[in-house]
Design a protein around this ligand. Structure first.
Ligand SMILES: [Zn+2]
Length: 225
């Protein structure tokens, strides 16, 4: 029996101080990943250039909202989902993976109905998007030196982990190469695609788990029943 088949993802970039070094590590180790980028960061030509390099090196680029200002589930204001999702998609342009990968903002890595509003769900379905969740969140953004053992344990206890790391300038990615080496030494392999369990929507088609990630507003009492 082999070890887990790990899918790597890097959220919240691209960051010129960090992402190029992450790309160097991935290239050296022959690993392909997905970068879920923040739309407004791509308006900076330097950051956009980093995302272009990632795509040229075989990585996938996904949409991680325009501003990353919080989970979409609680936002009922008209136009919010449009801005966060569609504006990023337009900014991505040809960088976007053909399946139009979208990763909701988790707000601390939690999964639940806070991830999407009904408006966001409908927009994603109409646009043929693929919603990508996760199954391993070691908290590298809050524990830049302590995350690797947590990530290692989370990956080894699953057959098909989808690991979320962040290419942010907090020093955490200094440990990436050693972490990947430790995983490989333990028998883990890497693959770029996502397991069904982390795809509640695929090219606009709702999967059975999608309802777990959509906030349904409470009905006013006079309409109940
Ligand atoms: Zn994020």
């Amino acid at each position: 029996m082999g070890g887990p088949a790990v899918t790597l993802s890097f959220d919240n970039g691209p960051e010129p101080e960090v992402t190029p070094a992450v790309l160097n590590v991935l290239r050296r180790r022959g690993v392909r990943a997905t970068f879920f980028v923040i739309g407004e960061k791509l308006r900076d030509p330097v950051r956009r250039g980093v995302a272009e390099r990632a795509r040229e090196e075989g990585h996938w680029i996904g949409n991680h909202t325009w501003t990353h200002s919080g989970p979409l589930g609680g936002r009922s204001d008209a136009g919010h989902a449009d801005t966060e999702i569609l504006r990023t998609e337009r900014e991505l342009g040809p960088l976007a993976h053909p399946d139009r990968l979208f990763r909701p903002v988790g707000g601390g890595g939690k999964l639940g109905p806070h991830l999407l509003s009904e408006a966001a769900r409908d927009l994603l379905a109409a646009g043929g998007h693929t919603v990508v969740t996760w199954s391993a969140v070691p908290g590298d953004w809050r524990d830049p030196d302590g995350w690797p053992p947590t990530a290692f344990r989370q990956c080894l206890e699953q057959a098909r982990p989808v690991l979320v790391l962040h290419d942010l300038p907090n020093g955490a990615m200094r440990h990436l190469d050693a972490f990947l080496g430790r995983l490989q030494d333990s028998g883990a392999t890497f693959r770029q695609d996502f397991p069904d369990a982390c795809l509640p929507m695929r090219r606009g088609e709702a999967g059975p788990g999608l309802g777990d990630y959509v906030q349904v507003p409470a009905r006013p009492p006079d309409q109940a029943g």
